[in-house]
Write a protein that binds this ligand. Structure first.
Ligand code: BES
Ligand code: MN
Ligand code: ZN
Length: 498
């Protein structure tokens, strides 16, 4: 990424830039030092114009004015952050992203961004600015190839200079956003580029950059390890499956054994449905069926960059679900890594099979907690819409911690119940388990199926089928792959670390 995000000048008006973007609180915007200075330079025309345009600084409100050579910046943009009393970390991150998106329009290369006050958290400012600058344009040629790219964002505080702590937290925020971009890129890349081995390569690259341990099992290794469910899902594709395990170990603190979390991601690089093939409309979206894996890989990069004091494992079950002469079929029975036998009902319910073996592997690491993320069911979208994830856990304390992490991250996560009576649907006449139930409560029965494979380890399951893709850019979220769950999982891991 050729973009640098750095502390800006004490006087934001002094720097020449394509756009000067000032984020302001509602009502109080006329008192913002940069607004006052700019208004003066424009002979009072800025506040006059704001009044005529009914700009008040409400959330997401923007005022975009050409400076007509009165300022060093070509454009001056005011972005509303809403009332100061209502500024949450999530809103701050979101408004910074919006500021960058608006400011970087019109082929801008350099923008200056002024925060609404001196005491905002620079971590969220850095995250938001960098997330808002994310683009995926590599496959455009000719006219649609961006002529100029954003190369510098200077961040200024209204009335003070950056101290060492502020610089550090801004830089950390940018690191976190880079980790989210790993997830976004992996989702946005087409399935002829991102196949299971590509996910392994991304994992190896992260391991190399951050000094993590990485283990990859190929098709034969998966079979040898006894992950027959994972193997079955991958057996119909010429892009062979991979099982990926990244380990982050904190520097020894001298104290007792660090706490540990294992994150597990569904990594279906393409889900055609297999022999139970999906209808053509929308099938292309199934390139995002590795969104859980993308989140886990992005998270591992973030955890390592932030040097968290806990042990974190990132596990990805990667496969491509395709119809073929060697594809698995409805009625097949396989023995899972855990030992239970599973009767295949519908080859399009492949994610829970790959996850089942990965969860057993995770449980055998004896962590304090397992969290999985999977684009598991269309039923989760029916229940909560396209921008919220469903999550399941039997532990109310963990449920609360996840809800708090999601709120801080600004991502939608809603707890759903593990309804015991639905387990009846998973009884098979010929094996220990059927792997699907009926249409109703489909996200719940999928969660109940997974529960069979985690043993006694505390566990949170996240069905992220909707939010991995977004139909439009809004706040920190771009159109396309979102990187959903990285920020929530990171915040969760940070607070779990204590
Ligand atoms: N990857 C899909 C779930 C999905 C659907 C994700 C739509 C994002 C958008 C999953 O593998 C799947 O096909 N699930 C089936 C399960 C069914 C066959 C029991 C579903 O939800 O229809
Ligand atoms: Mn499927
Ligand atoms: Zn799937």
């Amino acid at each position: 990424m050729a973009l640098s995000i750095v502390p800006g000048p004490r006087d934001p008006l002094a720097e020449s830039a394509d756009a000067l973007v000032v984020v302001v609180f509602a009502q109080a915007f006329a008192k913002h030092p940069a607004v006052r200075a700019a208004d003066e330079a424009l002979g009072g025309a800025l506040l006059e114009h704001a009044k005529n345009a009914e700009f008040e600084g409400k959330p997401e409100q923007t005022l975009d004015v050409p400076t007509l050579a009165h300022l060093d910046a070509r454009r001056l943009v005011l972005i509303g952050a809403g009332p100061e009393a209502e500024l949450t970390p999530a809103r701050l991150r979101s408004v910074m992203a919006q500021a960058v998106r608006v400011g970087s329009a019109q082929n801008a290369q350099r923008i200056v961004l002024v925060t609404p006050s001196d005491d905002v958290s620079l971590r969220e400012v850095g995250e938001g600015a960098a997330l808002g600058a994310y683009r995926f344009t590599k496959y455009f040629t000719g006219d649609r190839k961006p002529k100029k790219e954003l190369s510098k964002i200077s961040i200024s505080l209204p009335s003070s200079a950056f101290d060492a702590a502020a610089k550090k937290s801004l830089a950390l925020g940018v690191e976190v956003a880079k980790a989210v971009a790993i997830a976004r890129d992996a989702i946005n890349e087409p399935p002829n580029v991102v196949f299971p081995e590509t996910l392994a390569k991304i994992a190896r690259d992260i391991a190399k950059t951050h000094g993590l341990k990485v283990k990859v099992l190929d098709k034969a290794g998966i079979l040898k390890a006894g992950m027959n469910l994972h193997y079955a899902v991958g057996q119909g594709s010429s892009n062979e499956p991979r099982f990926i395990h990244l380990t982050y170990t904190p520097k020894a603190s001298g104290r007792k054994k660090p706490k540990s979390i294992v994150f597990v991601g569904k990594g279906l690089t393409f889900d055609s449905g297999g022999l139970c093939i999906k209808p053509a409309p929308g099938m292309g979206d199934m390139k995002s069926d590795m969104g859980g894996a993308a989140a886990v890989l992005g998270l591992m990069a973030a955890v390592a960059a932030l040097k968290l004091p806990i042990e974190v494992h990132g596990i990805v079950g990667a496969a491509e679900n395709m119809p073929d002469g060697s594809a698995y079929r409805p009625a097949d029975i396989f023995t899972s890594l855990e030992g239970k036998t599973v009767e295949i009902i519908n080859t399009d319910a492949e994610g829970r099979l790959v996850l089942a073996d990965a969860l057993t592997y995770a449980a055998r690491l004896k962590p304090d907690l397992i969290i999985d993320a999977a684009t598991l069911t269309g039923a989760a979208l029916v229940a909560l819409g396209k921008s919220w994830s469903a999550y399941y856990t039997a532990d109310s304390g963990l449920a609360k911690q996840l809800a708090e992490a999601a709120a801080h991250a600004g991502e939608g996560f809603w707890q759903m119940p593990l309804i015991e009576e639905l387990t009846d649907q998973l009884k098979s006449d010929v094996a220990d388990l059927k792997h699907t139930g009926d249409r109703y409560g489909g996200s719940i029965t999928a969660a109940l199926f997974l529960r069979e494979f985690v043993g006694k380890v505390p566990w949170i399951h996240c069905d992220i089928a909707g939010p991995v893709l977004s139909e439009r850019a809004r706040g920190v979220v771009p159109k396309g792959g979102t990187g959903h769950a990285v920020l929530t999982f990171l915040r969760f891991a940070e607070s779990f670390a204590g």
